[in-house]
Design a protein around this ligand. Sequence first.
Ligand code: SF4
Length: 343
Amino acid sequence: MTHNIIDKIIDYSDPSKEEIIELLNDNCDAYLFSKAAEITEKIFGREIHIRGIIEFSNYCKSSCHYCGINGLNKDATRYRLESNDIVSIAKEATLAGYKSIILQSGEDPFYDADKISDLIRQIKKLGDVALTLSIGEHSFEAYRQWKKDGADRYLLKHETADKTLYNKYHPPSSFEKRLKCLEDLKSLGYQTGSGFMVGLPGQTIESLADDILFLKKLDVEMAGIGVFIPHPKTPLAQYPPGDNLIALKCVAITRILLKKTHLPITTSITVNNAQKSFNPFCTGANVVMKKIEPYKYQKLYDIYPNPLIQDVSIYENRRKLEASIISYGRKVSESRGDAAGFN
Ligand code: SF4
């Protein structure tokens, strides 16, 4: 029965919420994953895109309840990289082979619109590199300014489509505000990424189905689906981590539904798979993101505990990642990895 639902989604991309719930509840992983992998290979070949993330500030005025660098965590050691250091890291990354750089930070007012503009212009001068911003909620005017300056993409996860849960865990934001930001980004022509977390306390399978349908409705170019990992210094410290299998099923359902959308294998899923018990590319993911700021800062960008970071150079880290991708029977893409219709 669920095989029929999977085939129908592949053909018509128009599932009901009940059908997605049935897939999430059913033991259909083998068929679902094989179909997701088949579609991924048909659209992207065996190529995996690597994105380099520069986490340039862990100051944040928000207080998301699951996040170890939320503004209320007085135990977090804060850092902020200088603009020239950020550009140097981006340059080193391009020399190591990166063609896609993500600038990520907490919501840090120190980096105002003009400082971000300056960073965008300097990094775009380095060559043919796609620049993604992942710096939270801002005004339409700021988003417009950065687009004009050359930013190509923007990542802003909706985290959960359950409005009550969203509002509870994301003070002082609101679901309406997040949605408005996402709509602004789409309207300005950004390649827009959203995504959600699997396993938030209080989340239901029904709301995960809403999350997948939300991605479809927004017609995102990228979608990051991660698992909740409790951080000891947050209000959600005592809750268990999310279920990796459910997260992978969400990735696979998103793949058979959205087909051309770029889907990373998120770091949280990788952390939860430290024993390498599954092939991370077998369920529809075609992107990997790698931290590239110096190691001492990687440790401090502590949204959730991540034992996998290593103190190696950008170049060496990239070579290791490339070897790992190849070991899974995939190929490292040499392109910027723009979304369909943007290249
Ligand atoms: S998830 Fe992002 S916006 Fe929320 S507290 Fe953490 S860094 Fe700030």
